[in-house]
Write a protein that binds this ligand. Structure first.
Ligand code: IVH
Length: 677
């Protein structure tokens, strides 16, 4: 069946709309419609083209991925040679000055005050490509090859969404655009994450990703690389009144809908070049793609022609590089570091190497999986990368340079700081030292946790104070806190006698706690607030919990084998037993609930409570914990199902509601009596 007039028109309309949205999304980075709407337009066009195959055409957005895998690439002769540019090796301002001086000499500027005008742009780090548009439609794409002959890669280039399949406006009969195919950092990371998840090989860097992607014979494979493109120059043109400057050419290419990077400028003389180099160096790390320098081009095209070429390189352009962000060096040792939360991180000690503008001697290896994946060994030559202010990273090993008799790295079983066991908890990539407060590396964090609001709630014992106490060795474990006196505290920085006294009082108050809070405060691995409460509820007393073996722990609701093991391990450590004894000796105490939960008998089982107003002798959290320990449910709002409303001082609307519904109301005395019964 031939397509009706309406179908032809609709297909044209859809193609135009999709082209425009692709342009907004991939070139301007400014999508105009939601993805779902775009998908709808796309599917409608696909359906029309399936129904009427004569509507399929090379310029259609549905034709980006569609071709069959090739057996080999077809050679393409470039009608205008594809040259490369000279690289200035001096990465400082001298590099820019040398180029400007040479241009002035060659153009015969002599001692004239006038400066030469340059088009400055980024030096993208990818693969050079030539795109040939005939009457506005992408007809052919080719790699540079040897400059004279490249390979046809049109199928792969079509998969790049920022490459328009049709140009906008009134394009010339022939427009050959030159530019760089690259892979953005985000697309590189995403691609590698997917590959890793599927246990497939990952890409070494975005440049290899782009170059390798374009060299795929199967366009569906190329499409998965999610490549991008920036135009930076011209090849052959026919039927076009070419602008008179390079900057004018780039502006015109942008008007045709081609992606031209925004970070370009027109600069005057060497000073202008230096300023551009500096400005881009400062922005480099924040760019969404890798660059390895900037490019300066004499702006006037007539002057470019006058300057001409010297052995395959134009005299009118130069690449001015930045210091390399990647270098090779040797791993001298692999050590492990312990972080404040106990994370044990392997770190490679490197033979000092200058990279990314600084001398690097260490690089993180993140975790044991990462070391195993990269198989970094002592003695290996590795590629190290430092981009911007980012921590130096080991990219990979140069296996060809591996010396004989190396062995894979193994994570130590004991913490290098305190000797405690190092274990990897379920669902975590990092291994952790189980030492907690006992480990010097983790002490500040453990003490801070012990004093935190949901633990012993010691007001005034903030990060700064804890840091000083630990650094001056005044506190080595949580029990030491209770022997601090106001005079010692008052001597510390940013403390005075008033705040010191307040802290001492807060410490005194903190001694009155609940078993759940106490267990949480100990910082036992895997024991968060909810688990602490479950343990307190179940055992009722610390002695009962300490006496429980792993088997018994494991059979408590909400306690799994991992928690059971962590709890057992904690109480088995002599230094933890010692800590608990010292804490109790210091007066830390909580209401025992022995006799109720121990036997499993819960006097308030199933009863629904709501708390409101302010209680005097215990906090709402404590009242909640103690009610729950007896099997009660504590809810937030009053309903017909509520058994008791506990009303403290200044109770408001909940009390009214309870009275209205005829719910029993207890005052604080009533609550305490119930808890004690
Ligand atoms: S102009 C005749 N401009 O760097 C001049 N090249 O040899 C042709 N490159 O492989 C090149 N960014 O692919 C030019 N803004 C830019 C560039 C650029 C990256 C690549 C180009 C070539 C290499 C230089």
């Amino acid at each position: 069946m031939t397509a009706s007039r309406a179908a032809v028109d609709r297909a044209a309309e859809l193609r135009a709309q999709i082209d425009r949205h692709d342009y907004r999304y991939y070139v301007l980075d400014d999508p105009a419609i939601p993805d779902a709407e775009y998908d709808r337009l796309f599917r409608e066009l696909q359906a029309l083209e399936t129904e009427y195959p004569e509507l399929q055409m090379p310029g259609s957005p549905t034709q980006r991925v569609g071709g069959k895998a090739l057996d080999a690439f077809v050679p393409v002769r470039h009608r205008v040679a594809m040259l490369s540019i000279r690289t200035e090796t001096d990465t400082g301002p001298g590099g820019a000055r040398a180029f400007d001086a040479q241009i002035r000499r060659e153009l015969g500027f002599g001692d004239q005050a006038a400066s030469v005008e340059y088009a400055c742009e980024l030096k993208f780090d990818g693969l050079a490509i030539s795109l040939r548009y005939e009457n506005g439609v992408l007809a052919q794409a080719a790699t540079r090859g040897d400059g004279e002959t490249g390979e046809e890669v049109t199928q792969n280039i079509r998969t790049i969404k920022s490459v328009p399949l049709r140009l906008q406006g009134v394009p010339p009969a022939v427009l050959e655009v030159r530019g760089e195919v690259y892979m953005s950092r985000l697309d590189f990371e995403r691609y590698n994450a997917r590959q890793r998840a599927a246990q497939l090989p990952t890409l070494v860097n975005p440049r290899n990703g782009a170059a390798g992607g374009i060299r795929q014979l199967d366009p569906t494979v190329a499409a998965k690389r999610l490549l991008s493109f920036f135009a930076y120059g011209l090849g052959e043109t026919q039927g076009w009144e070419t602008p008179v400057t390079h900057a004018g050419v780039l502006d015109a290419l942008a008007v045709f809908g081609l992606p031209v990077n925004q970070e370009r400028t027109v600069a005057q003389g060497a000073d202008g070049l230096i300023a551009f180099h500096r400005a881009i160096a400062a922005k480099r790390a924040a760019l969404p793609f890798d660059i390895d320098g900037v490019v300066y081009k004499v702006n006037r095209l007539d002057w470019q022609r006058e300057l001409g070429f010297r052995t395959r390189q134009p005299r009118w352009a130069v690449a001015h590089k930045f210091p390399a962000q990647e270098e090779l060096t040797v791993v001298e040792a692999i050590e492990v570091q312990v972080g404040r939360t106990g994370a044990v991180t392997p770190v490679a000690r490197l033979k000092p190497v200058f990279v990314g503008g600084v001398t690097v001697t260490n690089a993180t290896l993140h975790n044991a999986d990462e070391v195993a994946r990269k198989d970094v060994r002592v003695g290996d030559t590795i590629r190290v990368r430092r981009a911007g202010d980012v921590i130096p990273e080991v990219i990979g090993v140069v296996l060809e340079r591996r010396p004989a008799a190396t062995s894979p790295f193994v994570m130590p079983e004991n913490c290098p700081v305190c000797g405690s066991r190092v274990a990897r908890l379920v669902g975590e990539a990092v291994a952790r030292c189980m030492g907690g407060w006992y480990c010097r590396a983790q002490r500040k964090e453990a003490i801070r946790h012990f004093a935190s609001r949901r633990a012993l709630d010691i007001e005034g014992l903030g990060d700064q104070l804890v840091a000083q106490l630990v650094e001056h060795d005044l506190v080595r474990n949580p029990a030491d806190l209770f022997s601090l006196d106001a005079a010692v505290l008052a001597d510390l920085e940013r403390m005075g006698s008033r705040s010191a006294t307040k802290v001492v009082e807060a410490l005194k108050r903190g001694k009155q706690t609940t078993l759940a809070r106490f267990l949480y405060a100990l910082g036992i691995r895997e024991v968060g607030e909810a688990t602490a409460l479950a343990l307190a509820k179940h055992f009722g007393s610390l002695e009962a919990l300490i006496a429980a073996d792993e088997e018994r722990l494991r059979h408590i609701p909400d306690i799994g084998p991992v928690v059971a093991a962590a709890v057992r391990a904690f109480f088995q450590e002599p230094h933890n037993q010692d800590l608990i004894a010292r804490l109790r000796a210091a007066g830390v105490q909580w209401p025992e609930m022995v006799g109720k939960s121990l036997t499993g008998e819960q006097s308030l089982a199933g009863k629904a409570f709501v708390l409101t107003g302010t209680l005097e002798s215990l906090s709402r959290d404590e009242a909640t914990e103690r009610l729950r320990a007896l099997g009660a449910k504590v809810a937030g709002s009053v309903s017909k199902k509520t058994d008791y409303l506990v009303a403290g001082r200044d109770a408001g609307s909940k009390l009214d509601k309870a009275l209205e519904l005829g719910v029993a109301v207890l005052d604080e005395g009533g609550l305490l009596a119930l808890l004690a019964s």
